[in-house]
Design a binder for this molecule. Structure first.
Ligand SMILES: Cc1cc2nc3c(=O)[nH]c(=O)nc-3n(C[C@H](O)[C@H](O)[C@H](O)COP(=O)(O)O)c2cc1C
Length: 199
């Protein structure tokens, strides 16, 4: 059975972060539906200053390179942002601004967000979904938003858990019906120097 991998990107800034908590619950849900599912968590808080550096120089520093590779090699992606000023945060956007062209093409993506008010839940539909559609990802139908009241009380937590399970199940199904991602490294088998000279 082929092991399928998930990349989990969270742009939460607080310590502890509700976005990271939501990302973890979505990942646990998706892994339940994936045979031998593994993968990497990418917290954007750490390599944050690297994003503008990459935009200016065109070269990602080591930590950011690792995060970009984790995303490119994954069979599926969970992307979670806090809502800032009715949209994704700048940190979240700057990371996806430096993701290499094509690395999200046909990749199943689950989008999610946390916010201070449920009134801004549609930011998922007017900001995140178009961003990932532009990057040619396949965004699963259920997007998950968690407002402060969703974390407290059994009824609210149960409702959030059922949205998480539905979205995670959709992501796992999209991943399962695709071939595992293979990333070809152009430097794996370089043309020998003599051959280059001869031509
Ligand atoms: C600068 C700033 C702007 C914010 N703007 C909004 C907003 O427009 N709508 C909203 O629902 N929450 C807004 N919030 C609240 C955060 O989205 C919310 O606290 C989020 O859950 C924090 O995520 P974290 O715990 O992962 O850091 C804002 C917070 C900050 C710091």
């Amino acid at each position: 059975m082929t092991r399928r991998t998930l990349a989990v990107v969270s742009a939460g800034l607080s310590q502890p972060s509700s976005s990271r908590l939501l990302a973890g619950q979505l990942a646990a849900g998706a892994r339940r539906g994936l045979p031998g599912g593994g993968g990497g968590a990418v917290g954007l808080r750490g390599p944050a200053p690297a994003h503008p550096h990459n935009l200016l120089t065109g070269f990602p520093p080591a930590g950011l390179r690792e995060a970009l590779d984790t995303v490119a090699r994954a069979d599926g992606l969970i992307a979670v942002t806090p809502i800032f000023n009715a949209s994704y945060s700048g940190l979240f956007k700057s990371f996806f601004d430096v993701v290499e062209e094509g690395s999200l093409a046909d990749k199943p993506v689950l989008i999610a967000a946390t916010g201070g008010t449920a009134r801004h839940s549609l930011a998922l539909e007017h900001a995140l979904r178009p961003l990932f559609s532009y990057l040619h990802a396949v965004v699963v139908p259920t997007a998950v938003f968690a407002a402060p009241e969703d974390w407290g009380g059994a009824t609210a937590q149960g409702a959030l858990a059922s949205r998480i399970n539905r979205a995670a199940g959709e992501l796992a199904r999209e991943i399962s019906r695709r071939e595992p991602v293979t990333v070809i490294d152009p430097f794996d088998e370089p043309t020998p120097f003599e051959e280059l000279l001869a031509s």
